[in-house]
Design a protein around this ligand. Structure first.
Ligand code: GLC
Length: 441
């Protein structure tokens, strides 16, 4: 009985109906137009100064992928028509518990962060070889050209001091110089969504939408005629900031506790950085109200759950536990909440919570894709490829399924024209393609 009541309460708060999907897609479409016309709204619609590639781009490039979790440097060889080879590469966490350094905290400065990036480049680049560099910097930036990008604000809870308001390419170039690196030439800065779209468009002319469903969430698309410029280009929507949505009490709680309350409201409902935290807030509430893990010392249990953290990987594991007695969830409750008396009902509640959160994320994201499709090809006259990268999309099969189903339900028989494609290495390959497009500039 308890399970069915909880299921009802939760689905009232987390379900998204087909009608809501259509409404959200319309509001998203409207917000896109507002952003494009420089009117007030939640979508920034940032110009990237990138057209689509010719697919003939070739050669070896150095790439930086800076997304907030890891720093990845790669040597990338483009072979043309969608083909590429990854050469030497390295990947280091920005918050490194082992070495005790955290370049994402406010105690770290722009000089520390870009000095660190320059040192990693020195590790990889051969000293006597000349490199053109493509930089994927996955945050909202105001670009005035392909190689000048001012950070508007940190997202995804990053706090490094002195970077907001600065031109990222200037910070990088100064750090390269200060570290005596004179053979690396930064050519372009792109968003990771743009990298994903460039990578897909390197293979197919039908790729017009690039999206990231990972720690953060954002989408870009190819705009043939931006109203404020007469050059066709990819537009970084910064869709994570979309806010015409219905928030429940957990969304509001999470938002209030976040680094930037009121901002990135869609991202806080769909981004991998936040899904686990939503689950934790629900569990805490349920324990407090005697709905979950009842056989315990409530105070102690609350303390444990308050201080633990839950990741999106945990949420995915909880959701996909198909064992008869939900043993994986039992183990999770045991190890994370130090609670060994969980009943099957407790585990079922956790599973349905994870599922509802993942399903809601997929449906909200699909709604935004529908809004974009309405903008670029309302009658779906041509094939449209939505290229997607990121850990949520790549690692959670049900998330993929829910996105597809939402598109199918909304588009009916036209749905066959819309291909959703998983792109691997989008940030690295995209940065190399962008560098190739602008290497002589
Ligand atoms: C955040 C950033 C955005 C990025 C996305 C995915 O939403 O603001 O620029 O594309 O995360 O990494």
């Amino acid at each position: 009985m308890r399970f069915y009541n909880v299921q009802k309460v939760l689905s009232d708060q987390f379900s998204v109906t087909n009608l809501q999907i259509l409404n959200i897609s319309k509001l998203f479409y409207k917000a896109m137009l507002q952003g494009l016309n420089d009117e007030f709204g939640s979508l920034k619609m940032l110009p990237s100064y990138m057209n689509k590639p010719t697919r003939q781009e070739k050669g070896e490039y150095l790439t930086i992928d800076f997304g907030g979790t890891n720093l990845r440097i790669e040597v990338m060889e483009l072979l043309g028509n969608g083909a590429y080879k990854i050469g030497k590469s390295l990947s280091i966490p920005l918050d490194n518990r082992k070495s005790g350094s955290n370049f994402t905290s406010e105690r770290s400065t722009a000089t520390d962060l870009f000095g660190f990036i320059a040192c990693q480049i020195r590790e990889l680049a051969e000293p006597h070889k000349k490199y053109f560099l493509g930089h994927t910097f996955s945050f909202p930036t105001k670009q005035t050209g392909p190689n000048s990008a001012t950070l508007l604000k940190w997202t995804k809870e990053l706090k490094t001091s002195g970077v907001e308001g600065q031109d990222i390419n200037v910070l990088l170039s100064e750090a390269l110089k200060a570290n005596g690196i004179h053979n690396v030439f930064p050519k372009v800065i792109i968003n990771d969504t743009v990298g994903t779209l460039l990578t897909a468009a390197y293979k197919s002319p039908h790729a017009n939408i690039g999206s990231i469903c990972g720690t953060g969430h954002n989408t870009c698309y190819f705009e043939p005629s931006p109203p404020t410029s007469n050059t066709p280009m990819i537009i970084n929507i910064e869709s994570g900031n979309f806010n015409k949505l219905q928030f429940n009490k957990y969304d509001d709680l999470l938002d209030r506790k976040s680094e930037k309350p009121g901002e990135q409201r869609l991202e806080k409902m769909v981004g991998g950085k936040y899904l686990g935290e939503l689950v934790r807030l629900i569990v805490l509430d349920f324990v407090d109200n005697g709905i979950l893990l009842c056989k315990c010392n409530k105070k102690l249990q609350k303390e444990i759950i308050t201080s633990c953290s839950i990741t999106s990987k945990d949420v995915a594991e909880i959701q996909s536990d198909n064992t008869f007695q939900l043993e994986i969830i039992n183990y999770f409750i045991n190890s994370r909440f130090h609670y060994s008396d969980s009943l099957l009902e407790d585990r079922k509640i956790l599973k349905i919570t994870a599922d509802l959160i993942i399903k809601r994320a997929a449906k909200l994201i699909a709604s935004t894709y529908l809004g974009i499709l309405d903008k670029i090809d309302p009658n779906l006259k041509s094939k449209q490829i939505i290229s997607l990268d990121g850990s949520l999309y790549g690692n959670i099969p049900l998330f993929q399924k829910y996105i597809r189903k939402s598109l199918d339900d909304a588009l009916g028989e036209k749905s066959g024209s819309v291909i959703v494609e998983l792109i691997k290495d989008g940030s690295g390959v995209g940065a190399a393609i962008a560098a190739a497009m602008f290497k002589y500039l």
